[in-house]
Design a protein around this ligand. Structure first.
Ligand SMILES: Nc1nc2c(c(=O)[nH]1)N[C@H]1C(S)=C(S)[C@@H](COP(=O)(O)OP(=O)(O)OC[C@H]3O[C@@H](n4cnc5c(=O)[nH]c(N)nc54)[C@H](O)[C@@H]3O)O[C@H]1N2
Ligand SMILES: Nc1nc2c(c(=O)[nH]1)N[C@H]1C(S)=C(S)[C@@H](COP(=O)(O)OP(=O)(O)OC[C@H]3O[C@@H](n4cnc5c(=O)[nH]c(N)nc54)[C@H](O)[C@@H]3O)O[C@H]1N2
Ligand code: SF4
Ligand SMILES: [Mo]
Length: 577
C-alpha cells in the first residue's frame, strides 16, 4: 500500500513523496509536480551507518546510549555543547534541543546559510516574510538573482515556462543559457548593480510613485545616495553595460515581477546591504503586496510556528564555534568538519574536545573523528512533519517502513530525558501539536496557518510601516586581482551528503590542463584539487562546490556584518601548480 511522506532535506522544494514498496516517487498533485531530484531518486542507494561505535569499536545501541549518559554525567553541564546542523529539516529534529537546554548545556545560534541576506531584509522591511514560490506562477517576469534553480530548486521550473527570464549570476548556469537576458557580472558587485537599476528606473520615471509615497517615502533620499556611484567607472568594473541596464528596465517596467534570490548574493560580509539594495529595487518598482510580485528568498521554515520545546539556553555562534571550550560536544545532523568555514581552525579546535559524539546518517569527515557514533533513523523510519523556507506548505511525514537500524531524535531524547529526570511529552503529542498549525485549503494541501501568500499588503513591519532604504554607501568594489572563490551548490550532492564533488573548476583560458593538480590558497589555508574545465565561468573565478573536500580550508570564520552568519565567498584565492 502506498503512503505519503515528504523529503526531509535542507532544500527549497520540500517535495512530497509517494512511498510504495520501497520505491520513492514525487507526488503528482501539489508543488512536487510528480518528480523528485537525483538525491531522492537514489536515496536508498547511499550507505548509511548501521551500527553505533565507541572509539572505533562497534557496540550495541543500548551501550551507545549508556556511554552517552556517562559522558553527560562526567562534566559540568556548561561544558557540554549541542551542535545541530540542517541535515534534516523536519520539526522533530529540535526535540534534542529540549533535552540539552533543560539540562543546562550550551546550544548554538546563527547560520551557515542565509543569515546575512535575511538581516538585510529585516533592516529594510522590519521582518522576513517571504514571497512563497508558488506565487511565481502569476508573474510575467522572473529575475533569478544569485540562484541556480536547475540545481537547487528544480520544482519551480514548471512554474516559469512562458515567462520572461532575467539571470544575474557570474556563472553561465543552465537557467542563464535559457534566459532572455543574462548578466554575467563580477562577483560581489550586486549592490552596485541594484543601486544603479534603482537610479535609472528613477531617471526614466519608471518608479511606482503611488506605492513609494505610501510605503517608502524616503525614496528621493535613496535616489540621491545612488547618485554617489560613478556610472561609467562602476559599470566597467562590474562588467555590465548601459544597454544591459536599459534592457532589464524595459523588461520589468509595469510588469508583474518576481525577484527570486538565492544565497549566492550574500556570502559576503556586506551581504545584508546587498540584499537590502535588491529589496530597494523591488520597492522602487512597487512589487510588494501584489499578486505575482515580490522578492522570494529563504523565509524562515519555522515562521508562524511556536516551538513546543524548551530551547532557552546559553547559545554560541555556529560559525566560529570554539569547540575547545567544551568537554563533550554532541553533533547532530551536521558535518562541521566539512561545512563550517575555516576547516583548519575547526579541526584544531575540535581536536581538543574530550568526547565528540556524532549523531547522523552517513560516514563523513566528522563521524571519522568522533569518539561515539550513533546512527540516526532516516526519515522513512520515523514520525515527523516539515515546513519549507520557500513555500507555505506543511507536509506530514509519518513513518512509512520499519527498520532496526539507528534511533530517532525523539527516542534518543526520550531516553535522555528519562535518565535525567526531564519532562517530555509523548511523540504523538508533539506531532499533533505541530499539526494544529496547519490548515487545509481547497487544493487539498495543508498550509501553515497565518502565513501569507502576499505579504506586506498593508505596508511593511517597520515602526513607521515604511520601507527603510540604505542611507549610507559603505561598500567599495575591491580591486584585489586575486581570484574570486565561488562556492555554490552541486547537482550531485546536498552540501556534503550523497556524492560530493572532488575538483576545482576553472575556465580553460587560464591555461591549466584538465586532470592537473593545483593548490588553491587563501589567507586562511589551502587545498589541493584536480582541475576540471568549465567555460561557463568567468576568468576571474574559481569554482569549488559546497561539500568538496577541503573547500572550507579557504573560507573565513568571520561573521557577516549584521548577523551571526557565515561568509563563504569573502576570501580571495590564488592558484599554484
Ligand atoms: N542539489 C543541491 N540542492 C541544494 C543544496 C545542495 O547542496 N545541492 N543545498 C541546499 C541549501 S543548504 C541551500 S542554502 C540552497 C541554496 O541554493 P542557491 O540559493 O541556488 O545557492 P548557491 O547554489 O549557493 O548559489 C546560487 C548561485 O549564486 C551564484 N553566485 C555566486 N556568487 C554570486 C555573486 O556574487 N552574485 C550573484 N549575483 N550570484 C552569485 C552562483 O554562481 C550560483 O549559480 O540550496 C539547497 N539545495
Ligand atoms: N564552501 C561552502 N560551505 C558551505 C556552503 C557552501 O555553499 N559552500 N553552504 C553552507 C550552507 S548554505 C549550509 S545549509 C551548510 C550545511 O551544512 P550541514 O548542516 O553540516 O549539512 P550536510 O553537509 O548536508 O550534513 C548534514 C549531515 O546530517 C546528517 N543527517 C541527515 N539526515 C539526518 C537525520 O534525519 N538525523 C540526523 N541526526 N542526522 C541526519 C547526515 O549524516 C549529514 O552528514 O553548509 C554550509 N557550508
Ligand atoms: S528537490 Fe529537494 S525537496 Fe525535492 S526531493 Fe530533491 S532534495 Fe528533496
Ligand atoms: Mo543552506
Amino acid at each position: 500500500m502506498s503512503k505519503i511522506t515528504a523529503c526531509p532535506l535542507d532544500c527549497y522544494d520540500a517535495c512530497e513523496i509517494l512511498f510504495n514498496d520501497g520505491k520513492l516517487k514525487g507526488l503528482k498533485s501539489g508543488h512536487t509536480h510528480g518528480f523528485l531530484c537525483p538525491h531522492l531518486n537514489h536515496y536508498e542507494k547511499y550507505t548509511t551507518i548501521k551500527k553505533p561505535r565507541y572509539k572505533g569499536v562497534e557496540i550495541s545501541l543500548e551501550d551507545a546510549l549508556l556511554k552517552l549518559k556517562e559522558m553527560i554525567l562526567l562534566h559540568e553541564k556548561s561544558e557540554i555543547l549541542h551542535y545541530r546542523g540542517s541535515g534534516n529539516f523536519a520539526l522533530m529534529q529540535e526535540v534534542t534541543d529540549h533535552f540539552f537546554a533543560s539540562l543546562g548545556a550550551v546550544l548554538t545560534q546563527g547560520t551557515l546559510c542565509d543569515g546575512a541576506g535575511e538581516a538585510g531584509i529585516i533592516q529594510g522591511r522590519g521582518s522576513n516574510k517571504n514571497m512563497p514560490i508558488h506565487e511565481v506562477a502569476k508573474s510575467e517576469v522572473v529575475i533569478f538573482w544569485g540562484r541556480n534553480p536547475h540545481t537547487t530548486s528544480s520544482h519551480l521550473l514548471p512554474l516559469i515556462k512562458d515567462k520572461k527570464i532575467i539571470v544575474i549570476d557570474p556563472i553561465k548556469t543552465k537557467i542563464a543559457k535559457m534566459a532572455d537576458l543574462h548578466l554575467q557580472l563580477k562577483p560581489h558587485t550586486d549592490l552596485f548593480l541594484a543601486m544603479l537599476l534603482s537610479r535609472f528606473l528613477h531617471i526614466q520615471n519608471g518608479c511606482n510613485e503611488e506605492f513609494l509615497e505610501a510605503y517608502a517615502s524616503e525614496y528621493e533620499e535613496y535616489y540621491e545616495l545612488t547618485q554617489n556611484i560613478r556610472i561609467k567607472a562602476v559599470l566597467d568594473q562590474i562588467n555590465v553595460s548601459l544597454e544591459q541596464l536599459g534592457d532589464i528596465l524595459d523588461l520589468v517596467k509595469g510588469k508583474r515581477v518576481a525577484i527570486v534570490c538565492g544565497v549566492g548574493i550574500q556570502k559576503y560580509s556586506n551581504g545584508a546591504d546587498v540584499m537590502r539594495a535588491i529589496d530597494a529595487f523591488a520597492v522602487m518598482l512597487g512589487l510588494f503586496g501584489k499578486e505575482g510580485c515580490g522578492v522570494s528568498y529563504l523565509g524562515s521554515s519555522r515562521a508562524e510556528i511556536v516551538m513546543p520545546f524548551n530551547q532557552k539556553a546559553k547559545k554560541i555562534s555556529k560559525v566560529d564555534t570554539e569547540f575547545a571550550d567544551f568537554k563533550t560536544v554532541f553533533i547532530q545532523g551536521a558535518n562541521p568538519l566539512s561545512q563550517m568555514p575555516n576547516s583548519l581552525r575547526v579541526k584544531e579546535s575540535i581536536a581538543k574536545v574530550q568526547n565528540i559524539v556524532y549523531f547522523g546518517l552517513y560516514e563523513n569527515e566528522t563521524s571519522k573523528i568522533s569518539d561515539l557514533v550513533i546512527p540516526a533513523k532516516s526519515f522513512l523510519y520515523k514520525n515527523d512533519i516539515r515546513t519549507s523556507y520557500s513555500n507555505n506548505v506543511m507536509s506530514f511525514m509519518p513513518k512509512v517502513a520499519n527498520s532496526d537500524i539507528g534511533i530517532s531524535e525523539y527516542d534518543l531524547s526520550a531516553y535522555l530525558c528519562r535518565e535525567f529526570d526531564i519532562e517530555l511529552e509523548s511523540e504523538e503529542f508533539y506531532i499533533k501539536y505541530f499539526k494544529n498549525f496547519a490548515v487545509q485549503k481547497i487544493d487539498g494541501s495543508w498550509y501553515v496557518e497565518n502565513r501569507e501568500d502576499i505579504p506586506y499588503k498593508d505596508g511593511f513591519d517597520t515602526k513607521t510601516k515604511e520601507f527603510l532604504f540604505l542611507d549610507e554607501l559603505d561598500s567599495k568594489i575591491d580591486e584585489d586581482d586575486r581570484f574570486h572563490l565561488i562556492t555554490c551548490k552541486s547537482q550531485a550532492s546536498l552540501n556534503s551528503q550523497f556524492n560530493p564533488e572532488k575538483s576545482v573548476y576553472l575556465n580553460r583560458c587560464l591555461g591549466y590542463k584538465e586532470g592537473e593538480m593545483v593548490t588553491v590558497s587563501s589567507v586562511d589555508g589551502s587545498v589541493e584539487l584536480m582541475v576540471k574545465h568549465c567555460d561557463d565561468l568567468r576568468e576571474d573565478c574559481v569554482l569549488i562546490y559546497s561539500g568538496t573536500r577541503g573547500v572550507n580550508n579557504l573560507t573565513t570564520s568571520k561573521h557577516a556584518l549584521y548577523a551571526k552568519s557565515a561568509i563563504f565567498q569573502e576570501n580571495r584565492v590564488e592558484i599554484n601548480r
